[in-house]
Design a protein around this ligand. Structure first.
Ligand code: FAD
Length: 450
């Protein structure tokens, strides 16, 4: 059996960051990946002649670790198309267009939204996203759902529905009644403030030329040949204080350290001998993936631009709660226009219960309510399949149920003997984003080197 200083499980951005940093420091590293490709939740793929960002794609200005890595890898970026008016459908069902950030609701609702955003900014400013349980109001905020907290703050339903949307369907991809107010504040603090979550121009700022999967592909290419072994799902780890043996269907590998660079939900899928300490096993039963269907709809032309629309559309009352112009500006000669849309949590449950044909019809009708009849006739329609993919099983990321962030959060990043755990799901800054994957990978590598 070959011996390594470190065996990394998972070739997503987290695992590949760990491997790169340790390899650069002269350590002997092996990466075992279950899939037949690297990148995990990043996948840039040609689907029937259209290049799609099936997984993560946007880079925002707060993602300092990702921006530095993009620079280090010499990759280029471009801005999302955003000229023209945006569309909002209100609680009254009426479609309205608007310019700038202030969306068209009554003055009282607008004032309530502003007040809630301010309050959430205040709470987020008091939080170190690496230790949310130390927030002065942690216990209180973790015992109440975000929906219940919003109901305590305001009796304006449209203000509640919109502020709930920013964290629920749009970020944690769970209904606002199923996660705590503390988790909502963590989401905000991890992005530098609640105001950032509200601002699509900030959070969905730029894209990488050629697609965001170029980041993990470039990281893998920098490692010596044979370092990353694909199609090697880790099934069992036998460990002592001195090291571990990692088993896949194709072999066994010995490491002084093992890094589980997989989402917390998949940590529990591996058998550990001896078993992980009780708190580790308990904790991960309180973490779950959210659910969102990322939709890619391509048209002969970006027709909405001719109508004076930017493509940005949202509504807590629509099946597709948000949609954007996602045309590949970096593909030379591209004349088609692509919209990206999202259907989240309970609405996704409902959609997934339908046939493929009915799903497509419902989604296109929702888009037609935003952009007009032309939205009904795309040339290409695709739904990202993360929820049915056994090496992710949901999207975008994982989060705790109510009360568990304060109960278990402090154990998330604890090592167990030679085993370390890392992924964007347990990050502070960049939580659930590629930035957090890099930060977690770098932190684990630094700990092992120390
Ligand atoms: P993963 O990418 O999940 O990597 C884990 C790897 O471990 C996978 O390759 C998996 O196959 C492997 N693995 C799991 N179990 C085993 C095992 N037993 N043995 C071997 N290998 C195993 N982030 C952004 O910053 N911007 C965005 O716009 C954005 N949009 C997103 C849209 C979607 C649809 C999704 C799904 C995610 C999005 N994200 C976005 C989040 C971002 O993609 C993730 O946070 C990040 O890529 C996670 O990296 P990771 O390495 O921590 O985990």
């Amino acid at each position: 059996m070959t011996d390594f200083d470190v065996v990394v499980v998972g070739a997503g951005v987290t695992g590949l960051t760990v491997a790169n940093r340790l390899h650069a420091a002269g350590r002997r590293v092996l990466v075992l990946e279950a899939r037949d490709r690297v990148g995990g939740r990043l996948l840039t793929e040609d689907v029937e002649g259209v290049r799609l960002e099936v997984g993560g794609q946007w880079v925002s200005p707060d993602q300092a670790a990702l921006l530095a890595l993009i620079d280090e890898l010499d990759l280029e970026m471009y801005s999302r198309y955003r000229a023209g008016d945006s569309v909002y459908i209100g609680r009254d069902g009426v479609r309205r267009t608007f310019e700038g950030e202030k969306f068209p609701v009554s003055e009282t609702t607008a004032a309530e939204v502003e007040r809630l955003v301010k309050e959430l900014d205040r709470l987020a400013a008091m939080m170190d996203p690496l230790s949310p349980w130390e927030h002065p109001d942690a216990e209180e905020l973790d015992r109440i759902s975000f929906a219940a907290w919003l109901a305590e703050q305001t009796d304006d339903p449209e203000a509640r529905d919109n502020v709930g949307l920013y964290v629920g369907p749009a970020m944690l991809t769970k209904p606002a009644h199923s996660f705590s107010a503390l988790s909502a504040v963590l989401m905000a603090a991890s992005a530098g403030g609640f105001s950032h979550l509200v601002d699509a121009d900030f959070i969905l700022d730029r894209r990488v030329v050629g697609g965001l999967q170029r980041v993990p592909l470039a990281l893998a290419a920098r490692l010596p040949e044979g370092t990353v072994r694909l199609d090697e799902a880790v099934t069992k780890i036998e460990w002592t204080e001195d090291g571990a043996t990692v088993f896949t269907g194709r072999g066994a590998y010995r490491g002084r350290h093992v890094v589980l660079a997989v989402p917390p939900t998949l940590v529990s899928r591996v058998q550990y001998i001896p078993a992980l300490p009780p708190v580790q096993a308990q904790m991960r039963q309180h973490i779950s993936f959210g659910l969102v269907i990322k939709l890619h709809i391509t048209y002969e032309t970006p027709f909405w631009r001719d109508l004076g629309l930017s493509g940005t559309a949202f509504s807590p009352y629509s099946l597709v709660h948000e949609a954007y112009d996602n045309t590949n500006e970096d593909v030379e000669g591209e004349t088609r226009g692509t919209l990206v849309g999202f259907v989240s949590d309970v609405k996704a449950d409902g959609l997934l219960a339908l046939s493929a044909e009915e799903r497509r019809r419902k989604v296109l009708e929702a888009l037609a309510a935003y952009y007009g009849e032309q939205a009904l006739t795309p040339v290409h329609y695709y739904e990202s399949p993360w929820m049915a993919d056994e090496w992710t099983v949901g999207a975008f990321g994982t989060s705790f149920d109510i009360g568990s962030l304060t109960r278990y959060g402090r154990h998330l990043r604890s090592d167990v003997g030679p085993l370390a755990f890392a992924s964007s799901d347990i990050a502070g800054l960049g939580f659930q984003h590629v930035d957090g994957a890099i930060r977690m990978g770098e932190a684990v590598a630094a700990r092992i080197l120390a």
